[in-house]
Design a protein around this ligand. Structure first.
Ligand code: KG4
Ligand code: ZN
Length: 334
């Protein structure tokens, strides 16, 4: 008999549901939330309300597109955390009610583990042990992955996440939220060596992105005093230089960890892994160091329920179910 898992994701500003049959994605429906754009960032309460509106139609579409009736489901997997508590409560409550109603197991999933397990949705799949740099709007983690559910964070940001650094820098350039993809686009036409920004250095494999943000802010303030149109005149070079500096910080620690641990299987995960500068830099390093690199398809880099269902599938095989009194958590260690 096949194993059919429904995955539910509601940790931030994407309501998503996916159906997975024996590890194969049958559907992956993602509803974004435009409402936050005008505020320049995700507004938690508006996110919860939008999840509440989207959850039923999104789950219905996922089942319909998969051609699966809910009676056929083997289990329901949902994001327990980390994320926005009010947003997580929507997916958690829905998953519980469905598991209770259908009398099937409930599986709680760590969203950051799921980002990494997105690598197992499609080939090529990394070999254990591998290093995964998970870079999103909320997290920056360097993770040693020993097995599907055995992961250790060996380094992480002590302040802003990499995606946040991109978005905040973009905001300083007057770009709309989320600015990361716009910086990527503009950077393609600019000179990455034109401007240098002070990067903070952290011990071990940890990261800090607050220093570079301040450095960009002071630099722009000074230039604007001399030339009111400085940003618009130099937009592409600014974007390219900002991207170059953030990427250099990310790859420096990744290289150090790979060398120290003697690992050549290198993976990227999370929304920022869509960044073309980061992908190119990692590809270049791969040639120098003989790494094999793994980048998930864009659909599985940003928040999605297919990765939650995938994590649920591995937990299902180990019979790692949770009870109906489980509560979501804003912070969730691996
Ligand atoms: O993983 P994700 O979709 O959501 C979470 O934060 O969990 O990541 C979103 C982040 C945003 O900060 C966005 O600006 C950034 O990923 N991002 C990018 C690119 N695409 C998305 N940053 C730089 N270059 C991109 N191409
Ligand atoms: Zn995420």
């Amino acid at each position: 008999m096949s194993t059919i898992i429904l995955g539910i994701e509601s940790s931030c500003d994407e309501t998503s549901a996916a159906v997975l049959q024996d590890g194969r994605v049958l559907s992956n429906i993602i509803a974004g939330q435009e409402v936050h754009r005008q505020y320049g960032g995700v507004v938690p309460e508006l996110a919860s309300r939008a999840h509440q509106q989207h959850i039923v139609p999104v789950v219905d579409s996922a089942l319909q597109q998969a051609g699966i009736d809910k009676q056929q489901l083997s289990a329901v997997a949902f994001t327990r955390g980390p994320g926005l508590l009010g947003a997580l409560i929507v997916g958690t409550s829905f998953a519980k009610a469905l598991a209770l109603g259908l009398d099937i197991p409930l599986i709680e999933v760590n969203h950051m583990q799921a980002h990494i397990l997105a690598h197992f949705i499609e080939a090529p799949r990394p070999q254990f042990p591998f290093l995964c740099l998970t870079v999103s709007g909320g997290h920056t983690q360097l993770v040693l992955v020993r097995d599907y559910l055995q992961m250790e964070i060996i380094g992480q940001t002590q302040d802003d996440a990499a995606g946040e650094a991109f978005d905040k820098a973009a905001k300083l350039l007057g770009l709309p939220y989320p600015g990361g993809p716009l910086i990527d686009k503009l950077a393609a036409e600019g000179d990455p060596q034109r401007f240098a920004f002070a990067r903070s250095s952290m011990p071990n494999y940890d990261y800090s992105f607050s220093g570079i943000k301040t450095s960009i802010l002071y630099f722009l303030q000074k230039q604007k005093q001399k030339d009111d149109d400085f940003i618009s005149r130099n937009l592409m070079d600014l974007a390219a230089s900002i991207q170059y500096n953030i990427v250099a910080m990310l790859t420096e620690k990744l290289t150090k960890a790979a060398n120290d641990l003697g690992i050549k299987e290198i993976a990227l995960a999370g929304g920022v892994s869509a960044n073309s500068g980061l992908r190119a830099a990692v590809q270049q390093l791969a040639e120098e160091h003989g790494w094999r690199t793994y980048f998930p398809a864009l659909e599985y880099c940003t928040d999605n329920a297919a990765m939650i269902a995938m994590a649920g599938y591995y937990k299902y095989q180990k019979q790692e179910f949770c009870s109906l009194d489980v509560a979501p958590v804003a912070r969730y260690a691996m």
